[in-house]
Design a protein around this ligand. Structure first.
Ligand code: SF4
Ligand code: SF4
Length: 150
C-alpha cells in the first residue's frame, strides 16, 4: 500500500470517479459568473452565482443536466484542470494539475466538510443569484473578496 494519499501518488488521469469527485471541496467558486476584460483577457469573479446554485446546500441543484442547462458550465476534467484559467487557484483540481498540495482546510485533509466554510473559501452566504441581477449590472458586483482569477 502506498503511504501517500491517493491524490499524491496518482495523476489526475488515473483517478476513478469516486476519487475524482471527492477532490471537489464544494466551494462553489466555479459557479460564480465572471467578467472578462476585453483588452487583457483577464477574468474577474463576481459575487453573482448561477441560478441553479443552492446556497443553503452549497451545491448544484441540477448537477446531472448542468451542461445542457448552462452552456457555460464546463465539466471539469483533467484536461480542463490543466488548461483553463477560470478555475480558482484554491480549486483542488487546479492545484494538483499545477503540482501543488491541497490546502489544510480541504475536507480530505481536515475530515470535516465545514472546514471549507470556516476557512472563508466557500461562497455560501456571500453571493446573490443571477435571477436577481441584470447582466448589465454584473460589473457592479465584482467579488473583491475573491480576486484570484488570472
Ligand atoms: S472550484 Fe473546484 S473545488 Fe470548488 S466547487 Fe468548483 S470544481 Fe469543486
Ligand atoms: S449548473 Fe450547477 S455546476 Fe454548473 S455553474 Fe450552475 S450551479 Fe454550478
Amino acid at each position: 500500500m502506498p503511504d501517500k494519499p491517493y491524490w499524491e501518488h496518482k495523476s489526475l488521469d488515473e483517478l476513478d470517479v469516486e476519487e475524482w469527485e471527492a477532490l471537489c471541496d464544494d466551494c462553489g467558486r466555479c459557479c460564480l459568473l465572471k467578467i472578462e476584460d476585453q483588452d487583457s483577457g483577464r477574468l474577474f469573479y463576481t459575487n453573482v452565482v448561477c441560478r441553479y446554485y443552492d446556497n443553503d446546500g452549497s451545491c448544484c441543484t441540477r448537477y446531472p443536466e448542468r451542461s445542457r442547462l448552462v452552456p457555460d458550465c464546463i465539466k471539469v476534467t483533467p484536461e480542463v484542470a490543466r488548461t483553463r484559467n477560470w478555475l480558482p487557484d484554491t480549486c483542488a483540481y487546479r492545484l494538483l494539475a499545477e503540482g501543488k498540495p491541497l490546502y489544510p482546510w480541504h475536507p480530505l485533509l481536515s475530515g470535516n466538510p465545514d472546514s471549507v466554510l470556516a476557512a472563508g473559501i466557500s461562497i455560501r452566504d456571500r453571493v446573490v443569484s443571477e435571477r436577481y441581477v441584470h447582466p448589465d449590472e454584473l460589473p457592479e458586483h465584482l467579488a473583491h473578496w475573491l480576486d484570484d482569477a488570472d
